[in-house]
Design a protein around this ligand. Structure first.
Ligand code: GLY
Length: 368
């Protein structure tokens, strides 16, 4: 039997996150919504298409008047306005109207892009999130952030648009390659670090089961991780304040992602950015040295990087300034006061950021 959490928006119940191991439960959820007169477009990428899209199209056909598919090439390179335009063209050709629905089947790119199409097509139509990667299940499918990259800037164009339902089938996590799986774990670790020290300890205690992808452990891990995200986005849905703590590791992380031209996964960059943020927190005497090293080394058993080669630290510093987490020229940095407590800090200097980048920089020449 599926478990669920309800997410409130503007203090009213808004959508459920359903945790399941069976696609049939998605069909049951949609049956309950009585959408028989509506059309559905399953939006997915070329990787996920081959795994689940056709089976879902068949399974969900009885719940709608028509089910179609929109498939685009997998990868961050597709997360742009050209792909959005292709989606609009298909929806217009298939005569989708305001009552019809999109379903995002895939990882963070698919969810963010489909959500943005849903937010803007005919000034907004409903959409459903069916995240299939750990990163999307733990983070990007929840909270209504949608958008695309623009001319190399990550998520520069977007909108807040709440989904009607988030449905996650943990079985999909078994088909992820190791790198993809562990990349998603960085966002889970982030949830423990910013708001839930007990959950952070639990992650350490359950390291073996998490690495082995034991389904019961994954189920508890995602329920607890989604609870942190739910509580934060309910309080501050449009990021006017506290929601910014979810950006721990993202200022330097996004800069590395861009400098490396997306050769490193988002979660890998978040891990690096979190080590850098923890380093600044130590240097500002918020964290002890022991806490800094504990946080840094916690990423290692989950195969996440704690250092990066082939970057120019000064160029990374410059890139942090073009990240959209800027506030009137000041970077809003997320630091850790202790494990389980994040703070927003606007006093971090360029020197402090550069020192943190140097800390995670592995200089091949110096180490020859
Ligand atoms: N991924 C960060 C947020 O949803 O705010």
């Amino acid at each position: 039997m599926a478990q669920r959490l309800n997410v409130m928006y503007q203090k009213k119940p808004c959508y459920d996150i359903v945790f399941s191991t069976d696609w049939k439960e998605l069909a049951l959820e949609l049956e309950e919504m009585d959408l028989h007169s509506r059309k559905l477009c399953i939006c997915t990428d070329s990787t996920v298409d081959g795994l689940y899209a056709d089976a879902l199209k068949e399974l969900l056909a009885p719940c709608f008047s028509k089910v179609i598919k929109f498939v685009f090439p997998a990868g961050e390179e597709s997360k742009n306005l050209d792909t959005v335009r292709d989606a609009y063209r298909l929806l217009i050709k298939e005569k989708f109207d305001r009552k019809d629905i999109l379903l995002a089947l895939g990882g963070g790119v698919v969810g963010d892009l489909t959500g943005y199409v849903a937010a803007t097509y005919l000034r907004g139509i409903d959409f459903i999130q069916v995240p299939t990667t750990l990163l999307a299940q733990a983070d990007s499918s929840i909270g209504g952030k949608t958008g695309v990259d623009f001319e190399g800037y990550k998520n520069m164009v977007g909108a807040f648009k709440m989904p009607r339902l988030v449905f996650m089938n943990f079985e999909t996590l078994k088909t992820l390659d190791d790198r993809q799986y562990f990349s998603g774990f960085a966002e889970i670790m982030k949830h423990g670090l910013i708001k839930d020290a007990e959950f952070y300890e639990w992650l350490i205690e359950n390291m073996y089961e998490i690495c082995e992808r034991d389904l019961n452990t994954l189920s508890e891990m995602l329920m607890r991780s989604c609870m942190v995200k739910k509580l934060v986005v309910e309080k501050d849905p449009t990021e006017t304040g506290e929601r910014a703590i979810l950006n721990l590791g993202h200022t330097i992380g996004h800069a590395i992602e861009k400098a490396k031209n997306f050769a490193l996964y988002h979660g890998e960059c978040v891990a690096l950015g979190t080590v850098a943020a923890a380093y600044i927190s130590w240097k500002k005497e918020l964290l002890s040295m022991e806490e800094f090293y504990e946080i840094r080394d916690m990423f290692v058993p989950f195969y996440l990087p704690i250092s990066v080669e082939g970057i120019d630290p000064k160029a990374i510093l410059e890139l942090t300034k073009s990240d959209k987490k800027m506030d009137a020229g000041t970077v809003r940095f997320i630091l850790l006061k202790k494990i389980g407590k994040a703070v927003i800090d606007t006093t971090v200097t360029d020197e402090e950021i550069l020192a943190a980048i140097q800390e995670i920089y592995f200089d091949e020449e110096a180490n020859e």
